[in-house]
Design a protein around this ligand. Sequence first.
Ligand code: HSE
Length: 436
Amino acid sequence: MAPINIGIMGVGTVGKGTIEVLTKNQLEIQKKLGKALNIFMVACKNIENAKEVCPADTIITDDAFDIVQHPEIDIVVELIGGSTIARDLVLQAIENGKHVVTANKKLLAEYGNEIFAAAEANQVTVKFEAAVAGGIPIIKVLREGLAANNIQWIAGIINGTSNFILTQMKDKGEDFELALEQAQQLGYAEADPTFDVEGHDAGHKITIMAALAFGIPIDFSHCYLEGISHLQSKDIAYANELGYQVKLLGITKKTDEGIELRVHPTLIPEDRLIASVNGVMNAVYVNSDMLGKSLYYGAGAGSLPTASAVTADLIDLSRELINQVKYPVPHLSYLSSEVREQPFVSINEIRSSYYLRMAVRDQLGVLSELTKIFVKHDVSIEVMIQKSDFKEGIAEIIILTHSTIENNIKNVIAQMESLDAIVGSVTMIRMESFYK
Ligand code: HSE
């Protein structure tokens, strides 16, 4: 039986992993598929590098356009990254009638609607399991496993680099900069870590999940991004003392007011399972009307875990080719004719609880002044503690609030910062309980 011919563009960490998975597990895959997956052609800037990892009969090129144009290739795998050349290659592959597998979250967050429309016009499929949470099959969960449900919210630890840094800050009391250096030394963070630590990577992933969950187009422009670089290890320690862990979460919710889509550091009660996800691991927590809450945990990055997801897509697509089935699963979970824009809720209108930390001078009535500000803006205090004494004339106050609209808390902060008794600015971190 003729094999399915695959062209792989990019032989970096995930490309190498995919070649390894396809080679090492070829017999298992063949037993599940009834056909072989053949690494027909590989594109890599450095041909010698590619030769080291490819089977002897693989054609190697330094021009990825050779792959998208080759008539004998059935499926193109895009592992180049970025959203410039990768976009051109994917669109050309689609135009040439090729199915595509990609791990590229940036490409899909920015151009997913265009790419899926082109795929449907050309009657091909684009698969992207590896683009969200690496090896965790969360795309399959959202589109297939939970197809019977209305999804209400998703909250994910979906950036391993940030989670590693936060874990170091918690376990070792290290500042952000030192924890980042460790992450870089261990190869978990890039030389320019902005993309990971400022929330862009998590934003791309939660934007894709929001589209699948709620039947909306992919719209990264509405994703609120706040990273972890401004966090202090003492806030993590105070949160821990109060029974919370601090995690960078990607959150999307369907509310009566519209869709919330946001990435920010978040206090989570430590008795929630997701609060114990540490190091580079990822987890995605989903609340849906029939199943209720479910949690998906695993490696969100790395060569073989990500390649596991890429290869699963190759197997799925090959089954479609072998059985001559088109679109058993719509790209965005909902039929493209049913995908509709919905209003987004701005960050100032979201509902959340809040952790606040401020330094106050030892002045008569300062606490009473603070509490009056909360009353004025209709914000109820859950916990208020003084974390240090007035030895140097200044003490730190920590406040946890009940749920309120973000605008209210921002008004509280602005008014507090205008008081003489408050030194410097007020630190604010959002809190999610996940009880509902
Ligand atoms: N850099 C990402 C992370 C993995 O740290 O989780 C790829 O999205």
